[in-house]
Write a protein that binds this ligand. Structure first.
Ligand SMILES: [Zn+2]
Length: 342
């Protein structure tokens, strides 16, 4: 039987703010362990969170860049779980009423333009980082409380290469908008992959397999190149797939089962009692709207259209914004923009 893959991605992106989400500690990569910490981000009893307004602005800005609606009321919720890198034993996130939802990303793929719809982009906080040594383990809480945006896509992706191109397009948009530096080396972008397969031409979704904590786009592509044939082979051999969570082993080049649905977390979400709902005013949103930039794809298409540039030249001016602006300043007065581009 012919099968097709159905893929949705949950992308976590650290926001480019000076301070953390609920306290004044620096949002800074590479500091000595546990130096950018305070009672708030260490989850001491009795402390209160204060929302970082710039993080709220960057979340709304992301919504606008991803063609989403910005909610008139956004709420924060507690997601309860115990893990050593979560000092409060809960994470503050947005569950029922996220800041922004219902958008899409257009990007170049297979010689055309593909669209992946965005379900929602919600604001939450990052967790600390565990380090495992030979005889003991340690936790660095510098990252705990760093503002984190989770961008959830609809299952509109049909293969490994498409997932890869979508992620790159998403990253380019966020970097262009000044939302995040998206430095993969520093773990600023991480991804959970939801993938299932079904007989081609059918509408019902197969058992959803989640591959957690991917930290590179090429890793996502490799994991999918392994996982999709694995699922198809299992079905072709008469097996049955169950909803489960897997991890990608980059060295071995395989995905491994971590837990099945019976062992899934129950996070017991409830409204965060220490934070007011956030209701952006018209004026506040208008200020955010001023920060909307021309998207990379629109810039490329404009350069090709207005200056008759080949795609490769236009792409070079998309990657190097100052160079592209410099070109445009001269090309506007030139008879042959292509010569200017050269
Ligand atoms: Zn702090």
């Amino acid at each position: 039987m012919d099968y097709e893959a159905v893929i949705g991605l949950e992308t976590h992106v650290q926001l480019r703010t000076r301070s953390k989400m609920w306290c004044g500690c620096a949002n800074e990569f590479g500091a000595s362990p546990n130096t950018n910490v305070c009672p708030v981000c260490l989850g001491m009893p009795g402390v209160l969170p204060v929302a970082n307004e710039e993080a709220l602005r960057l979340t709304a800005l992301t919504g606008l860049l991803l063609n989403c609606a910005v909610s008139s009321v956004a709420r924060f919720d507690r997601k309860n779980y115990f893990y050593p890198d979560v000092p409060k034993n809960y994470q503050i996130t947005q569950y029922a009423q996220p800041s922004t939802a219902n958008g899409y990303v257009d990007f170049e793929f297979n010689g055309g333009i593909s669209r992946v719809r965005i379900t929602r982009a919600h604001l939450e906080e990052d967790v600390g980082k565990n380090f495992h040594f030979e005889r003991n383990s340690g936790v660095d809480f510098n990252r705990a409380g760093v503002p984190l945006l989770e961008i959830v896509s609809e299952p509109d992706i049909s293969g490994a290469d498409m997932a890869y191109e979508y992620l790159n397009a998403l990253k380019d948009i966020l970097v262009y908008g000044g939302v995040s530096d998206c430095d993969m080396e520093k773990g600023m972008v991480r991804c959970d992959v939801n993938v299932s397969v079904r007989p081609k031409g059918t509408n019902e979704l197969g058992a959803k397999i989640e591959i957690k904590n991917m930290n590179s786009f090429s890793g996502v592509r490799k994991a999918l190149e392994y996982e999709i044939p694995r699922q198809i082979e299992a079905l072709n051999n008469g097996g049955k797939l169950v909803q489960s969570t897997r991890r990608w082993d980059d060295v071995a080049g395989v995905t491994e089962e971590m837990r099945t649905k019976e062992h899934a977390h129950d996070y017991r979400y409830f409204p965060e009692p220490d934070l007011m709902p956030f209701e952006p005013t018209k004026e506040w949103l208008a200020e955010v709207r001023k920060r909307v930039v021309e998207l990379p794809l629109a810039r490329k298409q404009r350069f090709m259209r207005d200056y008759q540039l080949p795609a490769s030249d236009a792409q070079a001016f998309v990657w190097d914004v100052p160079l592209g602006d410099y070109f445009e300043g001269i090309a506007k007065q030139a008879k042959t923009p292509k010569v200017v581009a050269n």
